[in-house]
Design a protein around this ligand. Sequence first.
Ligand SMILES: C[S@@+](CC[C@H](N)C(=O)[O-])C[C@H]1O[C@@H](n2cnc3c(N)ncnc32)[C@H](O)[C@@H]1O
Length: 239
Amino acid sequence: MTLPPAGQAPDKGPVVAAMFDRIAPRYDRLNRLLSLGVDVDWRRQAVRAALADAPARVLDVATGTADLALMLKRARPQAEVIGVDFAEAMLAVGREKAVRRGLGVELRRADALALPFDDASFDALTVAYGLRNFADVALGLAEMRRVMRRGGRVVVLEFPPPPANLAGRALRWYGRIVMPTIGGLVSGDRSAYAYLPASTEAFLTPAELTAALQAAGFDQVQHRLQSFGVSALHVGVAA
Ligand SMILES: C[S@@+](CC[C@H](N)C(=O)[O-])C[C@H]1O[C@@H](n2cnc3c(N)ncnc32)[C@H](O)[C@@H]1O
């Protein structure tokens, strides 16, 4: 099976969407397994950051199976929470979870590179582990900025490339050997779980992502490494 390109590429979108559609039924279980459950805490930190200014309308871009969107809604029931993703099977899993948990989030199929929303129509925006999959990161960030009102908070969770130290070597080994093996066994799709760490290695460093957010029109950008740099939380304010 052909892997989608790990970095940016104009034709990447359909391949990525098809890959997430394939792994959707086992995506949540593998997230918990491969992160040893710590991803829940990374998301909790993102929710706190996104809701700090009590937003009325929140958009979760690349929402996948809606873990973050549902946590946002649970933490702030009075907010309107919308999640968008271009992989319909991921959204279907999210919709089932929303019904089961009695949480009213709207989950819509849409491309992050052409968001179907008016300018300045959201008070806060999140994207968790989605950005590195975009065919054009700068365009995705520009779209995010376009739909946010000035002063709104943007929150990005992403896996930075492993650093060039001992911890980074351990992470690379985990990504190159353990993830495809376990991911392949549980999901039946080894190539998807080889793509995910490869896309991490090809992604922007936290400093580069800060610069990209600033270039897209976000101020006061700060980041915090989570779990010794396995994940990174960036927060900014729409300028
Ligand atoms: C690793 S998953 C993350 C899902 C979810 N945010 C989470 O934290 O579990 C990446 C998601 O990004 C979505 N995605 C990637 N590029 C996209 C795009 N251009 N537009 C919409 N969704 C996209 C994929 O379909 C997939 O569901």
